[in-house]
Design a protein around this ligand. Structure first.
Ligand code: C5P
Length: 242
């Protein structure tokens, strides 16, 4: 784990809201508290790249464009060039389709854009994989590990995985290979109709080696989002022994 990253910068808030008005509200509420805002499909499809301005004009936080690109190499490569021109820090590609797609990460090296491979979505469980045709003998951990290995070998800056696999990934691929962990559930923050499966607390994710954690609903749906974010930062600090 890179110990030079501040606790605030380790917290990425998922701006999973329907439109720019809501986005602006959460950026204003959390501007002093979180180090990065993640813009995903809902907001990007609704508002287009113009939505990036809401973060840029109202904060100095970095931006994670979580579009989980999944296409042929030439298309992913062009999409990464377009994203690099937007001045965002992170972008995601799916890690399931092999080296030729993951290698496109090399083409934007030096642009400031860091490409992260999504290993296995945190909403997927082992029984989901069985239903998808994976064999009984198959291990979800091994799949995550193999995909992380391919991402590392191909030149990605890091991966997105659950807090259940992060220690294993850090042990295998080293501290310099970034691990971003969603599926974060503080013990105090219940999420209604939760679709996440492989969940951990903020403290456990950081203790196990996550460089960054992604938190959406536990902050977004809290009575006081900034208070919830501050509580999560306290947990990050306690995990770091600060
Ligand atoms: O609301 P919640 O904390 O579950 O939000 C998690 C965020 O992280 C969502 O924006 C989701 O798209 C994203 N994410 C994830 N699992 C991955 C990659 C990204 O949950 N493997």
């Amino acid at each position: 784990m890179d110990l030079s990253i501040s606790s605030k910068d380790r917290l990425i808030f998922a701006l999973d809201v329907p439109d720019r008005q809501e986005a602006k509200k959460y950026v204003s509420l959390l501007v002093g508290t979180v180090g990065c805002f993640k813009i995903g499909l809902e907001l990007f499809i609704k508002e287009g790249p113009d939505i990036l301005k809401i973060v840029k004009e109202n904060s100095s936080a970095s931006i994670f464009l979580d579009l989980k690109l999944h296409d042929i190499p030439v298309t992913v490569s062009s999409a990464l060039q377009s994203a690099a021109a937007h001045g965002v820090r992170f972008i995601t590609v799916h890690g399931s389709d092999g080296e030729s797609i993951l290698r496109t990460a090399r083409e934007v090296k030096g642009s400031g854009l860091e490409v992260l491979a999504v290993t296995v979505l945190t909403s997927i469980s082992e029984s989901d994989l069985l239903r998808l045709g994976y064999k009984e003998s198959f291990s979800l951990n091994q799949l995550v590990l193999d995909r992380a290995g391919l991402a590392e070998k191909s030149g990605c800056a890091g991966i997105v995985c659950s807090g259940k696999e992060v220690a294993m990934i850090k042990r295998t691929y080293g501290v310099g290979f970034k691990a971003i962990v969603p599926g974060i559930r503080p013990v105090w923050g219940e999420v209604k109709k939760d679709d996440q499966s492989r969940i951990v607390t903020p403290k456990s994710a950081i203790s196990n080696g996550a460089d960054f954690i992604v938190v959406g609903r536990p902050i977004r749906d809290a009575k006081e989002p900034a208070v919830a974010a501050a509580k999560i930062i306290d947990e990050i600090e306690s995990a770091l022994g600060a």
